[in-house]
Ligand binder design. Sequence first.
Ligand code: IMP
Ligand code: MG
Length: 196
Amino acid sequence: MPPVKKSATRRGAKAKSLFDDLESILISEEQLQKRLDQLARQITKDYTGRKLVLVGVLRGCLPFLADLTKRIPIPHSYDLVGASSYGASTTSSGRVLITKDIDVDIAGADVLITEDIYDTGNTLAKIRDLIMLHKPASVEVCALLWKEKKDRKREVPIKYVGFEIPDEFVVGYGLDFNEIYRNLPCIGVLRSEIYK
Ligand code: IMP
Ligand code: MG
């Protein structure tokens, strides 16, 4: 096996870290994991004896859904829906495109939509409408982050919230800017010169 190289691929070039593009770390990896333990305990308690299906919203939900499902010890399944609203921008376009519908049968099931962030609420409203067409017994929402916003027009009821955060553009733990930064293990505020 070849020896593992410590530095960047180009000799002499220092690997640029995604952390360098953060203005600050808002929620550390440890804080995320601790809060997930609490959320999972509550969800387990609330859904014991019910037909729980976690429905994640691609692609931002992936780290959150993966970490959450492992912490819920009762029988349940999960599926994914796809939605896109931002494109290469930091403000919601207001137009939500459904890119993938559900695959598992959720008729009569207790669906818990697991979303990375609740910003304007447009995405969740659209996803909720889509889920309702499949006739589940119940639909609730678990959002890892909830952004403080003064002029929010869409209010979708949320049963579980991980963290309430200020109205800033954040990345990491599934959240992207232009499809980058999703792999950061924490959540941070992106330096504004990156997107201005
Ligand atoms: P909404 O439809 O405005 O609620 O936006 C929801 C979607 O926009 C989320 O699922 C994210 O993909 C994206 N989004 C909202 N705020 C942020 C942010 O601060 N950073 C990265 N993505 C965001
Ligand atoms: Mg996004």
